[in-house]
Unconditional design. Sequence first.
Length: 130
Amino acid sequence: MASRLTEVIIDCHNLEVMSDFWCRALNYERVHSGDGWIAIRAAGPELTEAMLMESAQSPALAFVLVNDEKIVKNRVHIDVTPIDRSQDDEVGRLVSLGAKRIDIGQSGTSWVVMADPEGNEFCVMESITN
């Protein structure tokens, strides 16, 4: 059996702002925290080893406090896909939560490039309801 993607780690300066933004953006909940980190994941039962073996789960996001500044474009980014609204409506909702549209040189794409409250790039894909 192959590995499962269980977490994506995001360096940040403000744990509360970042975890709150992504909880609201993805309908996740805070599940664990410690000195200098917070983990969030999709609402639901605690994952067991059997659950991880049976099927892929939405990965958790873990925010880790760092002093380093973000200087260049991320080498890894998150894509989100609206499931109950249009892409434009989702972009508007994410802007209201603190994201902003950004231009990294894309043109003629079907996705919208955005940045979270600390400037990490992510994309909003076309809605699955289209």
